[in-house]
Design a protein around this ligand. Structure first.
Ligand SMILES: [Zn+2]
Length: 308
């Protein structure tokens, strides 16, 4: 049986899905960092004083000993590289601003990595247009005229701190499914074919398929075609909105056991009034998959399950 699986798996395509995690959020920078970011638009670099220590970017409390900030300092927009790395997206370095105690990470612009070493002197490169974010400081490049700048304690006309900054964290990646999930999702995408796999010992059919049975730990051995028809085991009504939902709440979420399988699949039940769902989409109700026009190669290709 395992030979059959190997041959079948070799025929399968890439088993990966282009995926994205996107997280929009609001950053509350606090007073000191809020002033630091606001002042970047004025092309001033502001540090915070904590007794004998100066921190750039300015902080409300020192990360070294917890000392609160007693005031602000406008520092020279120059510093030294203390470490650096080169990536496909450019060179990034730890920059220690003159007079400050801890370095921070930023981009190197206009200096070839081969000309960079620990100790290389660099100067701020300002963004052409202010965006009121950290990127108003575009990066650090070759030393220019700013090296003669003398730090100023208690700079005048400090900007009000930014209270909130809109950010969005986006991660693009390829989800590698591996041969078992990959075989299922390739079949779902190309033929709307749902396949589970049977345990060689206890004969349970597992969906999604996997290499080992999670009840008796024996290897799985035999692919089984499964009709996208099953029975609700448990259901819940979702009222809360969150990012990434395909249906607008309220809607029914259910654990569904497809006929012939021993595992529960979590999916949505559509076309049912959420109030009536308490009785209609209760445990024991029969459902069938409604396929979507999308072909993503995931269980999202099932739009929802509908009551039979
Ligand atoms: Zn088993």
């Amino acid at each position: 049986m395992s030979t059959t699986i190997t041959e079948e798996l070799d025929d399968m395509s890439a088993h990966t899905l282009a995926s994205q995690i996107k997280m929009p959020y609001t950053l509350t920078p606090g007073q000191a960092t809020g002033i630091f970011i606001a002042e970047l638009a004025q092309r001033r670099l502001i540090g915070s004083r904590h007794k004998d220590i100066i921190l750039v970017p300015a902080q409300d409390f020192s990360g070294i000993d917890g000392e609160p900030a007693s005031g602000f300092v406008e520092v020279a927009p120059v510093g030294s590289v203390t470490a650096f790395t080169t990536t496909a997206n450019g060179t990034f370095a730890h920059i220690l601003i003159d007079g400050s105690s801890t370095p921070f990470v930023h981009r190197i612009i206009g200096i070839d990595a081969k000309d960079l070493s620990v100790g290389t002197r660099v100067e701020v490169i300002w963004a052409n247009e202010a965006s009121r974010t950290m990127m108003d400081l575009a990066g650090f490049g070759p030393l220019g005229s700013a090296s003669s700048f003398v730090p100023r304690d208690a700079p005048e006309d400090l900007s009000a701190p930014l209270e909130q900054i809109d950010y969005s964290l986006t991660l693009d990646y390829n989800h590698a499914y591996g041969p078992y999930y990959g075989t299922l999702f390739d079949g779902v995408k190309s033929d709307r074919r749902v396949r589970g796999i049977k345990c060689s010992e206890c004969r349970r059919v597992l969906l999604p398929p996997r290499a080992l049975c999670d009840v008796c730990f024996a290897p799985t051995a035999e692919w089984v075609d499964i009709a996208a028809v099953g029975t609700i085991q448990a259901s819940s009504i979702v009222h809360i909105e969150f990012v990434g939902q395909r249906l607008k709440p309220p809607y029914v979420y259910a654990e569904i056991v497809l006929d012939g399988t021993s595992t529960r699949l979590i999916h949505m039940v559509g076309q049912v009034d959420p109030e009536e769902a308490k009785t209609l989409a209760a445990p024991g109700a029969r459902v069938q998959a409604v396929w979507s026009d999308r072909r993503t190669g995931s269980l999202a290709d099932i739009e929802y399950f509908e009551l039979i």
